[in-house]
Design a binder for this molecule. Structure first.
Ligand SMILES: [Zn+2]
Length: 204
């Protein structure tokens, strides 16, 4: 799913980037460039585009020797999946729209060019295809409706999978945060003990 998303945004390079970032955090951009056999500018360009969609994030550190900043990139899986859900929901909405119009209206199509027009549009063009000049035929709405319904079911299944994956990820994140808090609480408890020991020592 992440591959699909990244490919949708930046093309084939998106797949390679996801491969590198999916199991590693704060990856040096020069290492990414080396692995992808791209220049640093090409890699930055791709990463900035992913960053614009908020699915990757970076920290920058100054390289003391060279004096310039190096960016370290991480993938935000949860945000990426959220974006994917949005895209899928939009897609399903569009399919529902097309479905409703095919249930209620007649369409005319050119089978050669695979172009479909509403009845109003077909009428204004005298039922002639704008591309090839052939006569338009009445569309098989029933067939189209079956096809759209199949697509909607398929997309909804993908959506369910993404949501399940998101739930799993957020449980993991909560656990991580919980563990950090526990550790912080333990440390907070330990600190006053040390102080009290010191205080006792002073008394003696
Ligand atoms: Zn045509």
């Amino acid at each position: 799913m992440l591959y699909d998303l990244a490919e949708g945004i930046v093309g084939k390079n998106g797949i390679a980037i996801i491969d590198i970032l999916k199991d590693n955090r704060d990856v040096n951009e020069f290492k990414i460039a080396e692995k992808m056999k791209l220049t640093i500018n090409q890699v930055r360009n791709i990463l900035y585009r992913l960053d614009a969609h908020d699915i990757v994030s970076f920290i920058r550190k100054k390289d003391k020797r060279k004096g310039w900043y190096i960016y370290y990139w991480s993938l935000d899986k949860l945000k990426a999946l959220k974006l994917f859900v949005k895209m899928k929901e939009r897609g399903i909405q569009q399919l529902n729209h097309v479905l409703a119009s095919h249930e209620n209206k007649r369409f005319f199509r050119c089978n050669g060019c695979e172009i479909e027009l509403t009845e109003e549009n077909a009428l204004t063009h005298d039922f002639i295809c704008l591309e090839c000049g052939n006569l338009l035929e009445l569309s098989d709405n029933k067939g189209k409706i079956v096809e759209i319904r199949k697509n909607i079911t398929k997309e909804k299944k993908i959506l369910e999978l993404i949501r399940a994956e998101m739930a799993k990820l957020s449980v993991e994140e909560h656990k991580k945060i919980g563990m950090k808090e526990k550790r912080a609480r333990k440390q907070a408890k330990q600190k006053p003990k040390k102080k009290s020991k010191k205080a006792k020592g002073r008394k003696k």
